[in-house]
Design a protein around this ligand. Structure first.
Ligand SMILES: *Cc1c(COP(=O)(O)O)cnc(C)c1O
Length: 384
């Protein structure tokens, strides 16, 4: 079976994790600080807040935007369900926006259509690493006085207007889950531009404790910490951060390799007229966290047949991105609203797209096999 993804982890990450374990400091500590600074340097931000996952980072970012009970937050339905769930953690309500038929991202127009009088913030997603048009959406937010958060869970190493994603908005959140490009097992990072918000969210990550562990352990005199508001335990461990520091050094090479393999797919499949292949938008570059192909003919039934046939042939293909508004947690709820009724482009993407294997150590033979079997299966399902 050719898998959909394989994390690119090796002896260097294992050594770094062992070094952290043997140091005796395994919870959030000096390596987390170093990883935060390294990630901030990489994206061109002042600092980063390492967290236990992108989901918890999104929760903190929403708090940073002042989102709470009674507020609406515009999010795409076409996303991993954590995007919408984070809104509900704040007692707020997601309002689902549709996406673009080419990029699978929200746009200024789809976001505008989802804004209600109760809207407080917009959460855009750089879906599967494909950069959304941040500036166009930021314009809408500025005009309407709304906060903007980038769910950059998939987008470490993607760029927007010549700079890495992560420092364009007040808040951007990365995931380091193994399904993403850079991994620490579990983990995430919140990039927060405003110094005051950074300071507050950094403490909320740690039970809202007024002193962090490094400060407490290095204090010469006895110090008491305080807990001035409701906080959370959203910390990353030093073991994860040690792995993250190694992975971050490998990130440019990992992105280059993904882009090289994706370009080979594009060349090998370019003549097929009934599929849409992913390409960079004019404002940026994707890290190809996933290589998502959209069927332009045949609909959901054909997509499902393609997935089954590829699986039968030993190719680990997966469906494209889910539509959160159709899941049990959101569907049939009278309080949940979607812009433009049924979100036609969202449903099309989630019913009619699939993802091909793409990983750093993929061999030429494996790549050729995926191409030939994909061509075979598309031809067969075209005739059916
Ligand atoms: C993976 C993903 C998340 C959740 O990331 P975790 O680190 O697993 O919490 C959120 N949003 C998007 C768009 C994702 O792809």
């Amino acid at each position: 079976m050719i898998p959909i993804i394989k994390p690119f982890l090796g002896q260097d990450e294992a050594d770094a994790a062992a070094e952290a374990v043997l140091s005796g400091w395994v919870a959030q500590g000096p390596r987390v600080r170093l990883f935060e600074q390294a990630m901030a340097d990489y994206v061109g931000a002042a600092s980063g807040i390492a967290v236990s996952s992108a989901t918890t980072g999104l929760h903190l970012a929403l708090i940073g935007c002042g989102v709470g009970r009674g507020d609406d937050v515009v999010v795409p339905s076409l996303s991993f369900i954590a995007t919408a769930n984070a809104v509900q953690y704040c007692g707020a309500r997601p309002v689902f926006a549709d996406v673009d038929p080419v990029t699978q991202n929200v746009t200024a127009a789809t976001v505008s259509a989802a804004i209600t009088p109760a809207t407080r913030a917009v959460m855009l997603v750089h879906q599967v690493g494909m950069p959304a048009d941040i500036d166009a959406i930021a314009n809408v937010c500025r005009q309407q006085g709304l906060g903007l958060i980038e769910d950059a869970a998939c987008a470490a190493g993607s760029t927007y207007k010549g700079r890495p994603i992560g420092a364009h908005s007040a808040f951007a959140v990365f995931s380091f889950h193994p399904r993403k490009v850079l991994t620490t097992g579990e983990g995430g990072m919140l990039m927060c531009r405003d110094e005051g918000a950074d300071k507050r969210l950094r403490t909320l990550r740690q039970h809202a404790m007024s002193l962090d562990d490094v400060a407490r352990h290095s204090a010469k005199e006895f110090v008491f910490e305080g807990y001035p508001e409701l906080g959370y335990n959203y910390r990353m461990t030093d073991i994860q951060a040690a792995v993250g520091l190694v992975q971050l050094r490998k990130l440019p090479a990992m992105v280059d390799r993904r882009r090289e393999l994706a370009e080979k797919y594009r060349v090998a499949l370019a003549d097929l007229e009934d599929i849409r292949l992913p390409v960079d938008p004019r404002w940026g570059t994707t890290n190809f966290q996933s290589y998502a192909i959209k069927l332009l003919a045949g609909g959901r039934a054909r997509r499902n047949a393609v997935l089954q046939a590829l699986t039968d042939l030993g190719i680990g293909a997966k469906r494209g991105i889910m539509a959160a508004h159709l899941e049990g947690a959101y569907r049939n709820r009278s309080d949940i609203r979607t812009a433009e009724g049924l979100l036609p482009e969202t449903v099309r993407w989630s019913d009619e797209s699939f993802v091909l294997p793409l990983y750093h150590t993929m061999t030429a033979a494996e790549h050729d096999e995926v191409v030939s079997k994909t061509r075979e299966v598309l031809a067969k399902t075209r005739a059916d």
